[in-house]
Design a protein around this ligand. Sequence first.
Ligand SMILES: *[C@@H]1O[C@H](CO)[C@@H](O)[C@H](O)[C@H]1NC(C)=O
Ligand SMILES: *[C@@H]1O[C@H](CO)[C@@H](O)[C@H](O)[C@H]1NC(C)=O
Ligand SMILES: *[C@@H]1O[C@H](CO)[C@@H](O)[C@H](O)[C@H]1NC(C)=O
Length: 411
Amino acid sequence: MGSDKSNKVLIVVLFVFIQLAKPGDAKLSEKLARNNTESEGTREEKFLSLFSIVRFPNVVCTATNSYNGTCLTSAECTANGGTASGTCASGFGVCCVVTIQTCGSSTSLNNTYWQNSGFSSAYTTAGQCSLFVSRASSDVDQLRLEFLTFTLAQPDSATLSTTGQCITDSFTVSGSANIVPAICGSNANQHMYVNIGPGTSTVTLSIITSGTTTSRYWNIRVIQIPQNTDYTAPDNCLQWFTEAAGTLVSFNYQYAAAPIVQHLAYQDYTMCIRTNQGFCGVKYALCTPTASYPYGISTIAAGTVATGTVMDSSCAYDWLQIPCVTDQANSIVTSVGAMVGCASKLCGILGFTVTTDSTTATTSLYSYRRPFEVRFYTDSKEFLVTAAEAENYGFCLTYTQQPCLSTVTNG
Ligand SMILES: *[C@@H]1O[C@H](CO)[C@@H](O)[C@H](O)[C@H]1NC(C)=O
Ligand SMILES: *[C@@H]1O[C@H](CO)[C@@H](O)[C@H](O)[C@H]1NC(C)=O
Ligand SMILES: *[C@@H]1O[C@H](CO)[C@@H](O)[C@H](O)[C@H]1NC(C)=O
């Protein structure tokens, strides 16, 4: 796990002298000079000296407040600006939780929680607030950002040319080796992977705010991921899902009656699903029934509102890209079923009612191309309902990995 390299040393000296002799008994040296065998009777003095070095790895620990901390000595915790919350390493260490609320701070400690000043109260200051993150150890080349709380201003919906852009508030990452889109709005429970390039020592996370009336909150866990683990994400993946089944949700997706614009402009990133052993494909379905608007990604063409999922060249503005996506389970579709062949881009509204090749309603789509990846692309503006793009709710899709079957050809 890479943590052995950062073992710290704690020197513990226990010096215990137990003098059982009665006060006034001055014959200690005489007694020590004697051969003090058990048969000689009760020993009256015991002398114990223990000098030992205790090593413990700086592993993740669970603090008493249920946050994830790092097991450190009490002094190291203080030096790193952390707060001791419970013990670890059999009591030799403290579970050190680092929460940073001061803008312009730096951290190199794994599992740092970056919060707005005064969290969990709202942050109303306008300006730029940054956290500078450097490697916890030399084998780290990736950060996983977990948005525990993330509420910034919604994207613009007032000006045609900037609708969907993060104008009032935005979260940005600079210094990373991968391109991280700026995001805003509601993003609790989302995550991002940020790659630290070989020539880079610091990645900067920034929240840029304008106006003092918006109620904003953030609490972002910054996890440092070592290279070449089974949970290190591939380089091209902004989001990385390692379970057999899960949910893919666009940034600022809201499971409610649709605001005008939810999905963000200027997005271009890839969600990757780790291929589990024995699995050859992925089934994608709409989130139901909690999502009122599980899927809406721009319209079919200028001035037209699509009534189903549309594909490929009809997706001119914003789209989801899934390699050879088809409505047929367990096959590489060439020309069967409602869809002719397979598609690569999906857009439109409401659901998987395929309109390009057929009007047959479909509730699930499949892809048997590896690696399992879904790219989300949006252009510079997400117009209002009267213009060329509409119904920009974004997407909420469940994914389920599909087992390899010997009776079909899996790609
Ligand atoms: C950071 O902590 C996570 C668990 O929260 C662990 O998986 C990862 O290996 C740690 N990173 C380092 C560099 O020790
Ligand atoms: C202690 O015992 C050893 C042998 O076991 C002996 O050689 C030595 O002289 C004894 N010392 C005293 C102080 O009796
Ligand atoms: C602590 O880490 C575990 C495992 O990654 C995670 O499930 C949990 O939500 C974390 N807790 C906090 C407060 O970050």
